[in-house]
Design a protein around this ligand. Sequence first.
Ligand SMILES: [Zn+2]
Length: 191
Amino acid sequence: MKNFKMPIKSNLKSRISTINNAFAISIIPYVPPQEEVLEEYYNELKIEPKQCGYCLTKGAKTVDHIFPVVKDGLPFGYLTDINNLIPCCKDCNSKKGGKLFKDWYKSKENIKRLKELKLNETTINERYNIISDYIKKHEKQYDFEKIIGKEKWDEFVRRKNKMTELLEDNQKFCDELNEIIWNYIIGSNAN
Ligand SMILES: [Zn+2]
């Protein structure tokens, strides 16, 4: 359909991963940085405020978690804090996705992409080393299961899975109703 844009068809099932993510994110501490640490932070990463830490584009609109806070649907043990955040352009953010920095940054596709953005080999290696050093110095992964105890952790997982099942089950029921309504409409238009 070239000349007409339909609205996005939203349903419960398409929300499952969003809700799963929100479930995980809800238990993860969110810590805005103290003003005093920012100068050192930008010095260490050798970027200006709002400059993408990965490709050096200025006016970066997003912030990336260096280590993803959610992995395989569960909290990964990293926080939303300055030790784990880097200003990031939209393109780098979506290309990195849930990958680990060390697996992603010097991958073939990413090097190709960075070169298209006019970063040369030396700059790419420099960026890689600067961010790797930052990670070495600041990385901190917590064992949330240990902190909250196995019983509460298991309950967390159980509740999350139950939410998914509930959404799937309700989706099935709604699909049934949708079909009845659609059949009615086709039938009444046939008369
Ligand atoms: Zn970028």
